[in-house]
Design a protein around this ligand. Structure first.
Ligand SMILES: O=C(O)CCC(=O)C(=O)O
Ligand SMILES: [Fe+2]
Length: 144
């Protein structure tokens, strides 16, 4: 649950700094129907207008996780509720074996989910997708 109190100087404040979610799927309800969520597209911040009775869905993996942030509002409080679909902490994460072929070698290494989230939650929100820490630099398999 994210609560953004009404703010007399919204131009000097950010509600939630730029980030990408580190999960498989995010479903977000903009509860109070006050504008605030923004996504970055071609370097520009685009507001995602709240629609009554609707959810915003953010995917990861083949559909790259969208960089987004939330602003605060001059006149009104804002409330959003995010639910995250993510893997079991005791498991590993990496490219789905069915997607790794000699023609399309693994581009990400496998790591323990707990290790991934430890790094994710201890970093600064800096826009860049955290999944890039798993990227295999030189290609050619998981040993590189
Ligand atoms: O409040 C919002 O609209 C965004 C919340 C969000 O990005 C998050 O909880 O990860
Ligand atoms: Fe988010």
């Amino acid at each position: 649950m994210n609560y953004y109190p009404q703010c007399p100087q919204p131009e000097h404040v950010i509600g939630l700094d730029s980030h990408t979610d580190a999960v498989g799927l995010t479903i977000l309800l903009q509860v109070s129907e006050v504008e605030g969520l923004q996504i970055r597209k071609s370097g520009e911040w685009i507001p995602v207008k709240p629609l009554p009775d609707s959810f915003v869905i953010v995917t990861n993996g083949i559909y790259r996780s969208t960089e987004h942030r939330a602003s605060v509002n001059l006149m009104k409080d804002r409330l959003s509720m995010a639910t995250f679909y993510s893997p079991n902490l005791d498991s590993e994460m990496g490219p789905a074996p069915s997607l790794v072929t000699p023609e399309t070698p693994a581009q990400y290494r496998r790591i323990r989910v707990a290790e991934f989230f430890k790094g994710y939650f201890s970093r600064e929100l800096a826009g860049k997708s955290y999944i890039d820490v798993m990227k295999i630099q030189n290609g050619g398999g998981e040993d590189n």
